[in-house]
Design a protein around this ligand. Structure first.
Ligand code: SF4
Length: 271
């Protein structure tokens, strides 16, 4: 793993992501090893010849740069800040560099609204800060509750059981939580099993369908063939079945309503 510290010229960027006005990526690269990674396209902007997942750029000046950017403003930020869109803000390197934590300190000082999405229970390290925000929600993304399945698809990320535990801990500390079921793989992800484990741990839940136009389909097929070869064909048939997604959305909405959990919807991708 090649880890290098770099200096960047901008850190707070406008975002086109639904529900997020700004985005901060404290790192470039990601080492969680998700076979479906939607962010691997970033490699061509980094100057790295190495494969996605084998390098990490640490944006060392991110906190100071953010402080300068926010101090220049005459009014508070007009929207919420999302961490992160093309990396995970709680990679293992965050234990050493504490970059996300220092970015959060700056955002807190400037009373920003934030939303965090991660696959790591390291986020619980920052509960002391997260509790201080007026508007803060923390999401853990997962595609399954099955630890064995997750190890096939997300080799170096925290196991789902640890992510669910993190959600429970965050919620117990009065932090707004959400689960983002992403990517949802028909025949593998099992909404009911996920929902049962997540009930009581989240305020919101959303689902994102597998994006078959993303760059990692070869890896998804390999992982499916290794984990449950008898389900590979069914999974890809259902991914393309609009009625399947319609039914899942109706069912998920009903479950969420009954449990008094806000439902963010099913995010689908074109084919
Ligand atoms: S956590 Fe996100 S950015 Fe990192 S490898 Fe997985 S999908 Fe890609």
């Amino acid at each position: 793993m090649a880890i290098r510290e770099i200096q960047v010229k901008s850190i707070l960027q406008r975002s086109g992501i639904p529900g997020a006005d700004y985005v901060i990526n404290p790192y470039t690269g990601c080492v969680h090893g998700c076979v479906y990674c939607y962010a691997r396209f970033m490699r061509r902007f980094t100057g790295h010849a190495d494969a996605w997942g084998s390098f990490l750029d640490v944006k060392s000046n991110a906190p100071e740069l953010l402080e300068r950017q926010l101090s220049r403003r005459k009014t508070p930020l007009d929207g919420s800040v999302f961490l992160s869109s093309v990396t995970d803000p709680y990679l293992p390197a965050e234990r050493k560099f504490q970059l996300t934590r220092r970015v959060l300190e700056v955002l807190l000082k400037h009373q920003a609204s934030i939303s965090i999405l991660t696959k790591s229970d390291l986020v619980t390290r920052d509960i002391d800060l997260l509790r201080e925000f007026r508007n803060c929600s923390v999401g853990l993304s997962m595609m399954t509750v099955d630890d064995a399945a997750a190890q096939q698809f997300e080799q170096y990320a925290a196991l789902p059981s640890r992510r669910i535990q993190a959600l429970q801990t965050l919620k117990a500390n009065n932090i707004r939580t959400y689960a983002f079921i992403s990517p949802y793989l028909p025949a593998i992800s099992d909404f009911d099993a996920l929902f049962e484990r997540l009930s009581g741990a989240v305020d919101e839940i959303g689902i994102e369908a597998l994006n078959t136009r993303g760059g990692g389909m070869g890896g998804v097929i390999d992982a499916l063939n290794a984990y449950a070869p008898h389900l590979t064909k069914q999974c890809f048939q259902l991914v393309r079945d609009d009625q399947y997604w319609d039914a899942l959305e109706v069912h998920a909405r009903q479950c969420a309503a009954q449990a008094n959990i806000a439902f963010m919807g099913v995010f689908r991708h074109g084919r």
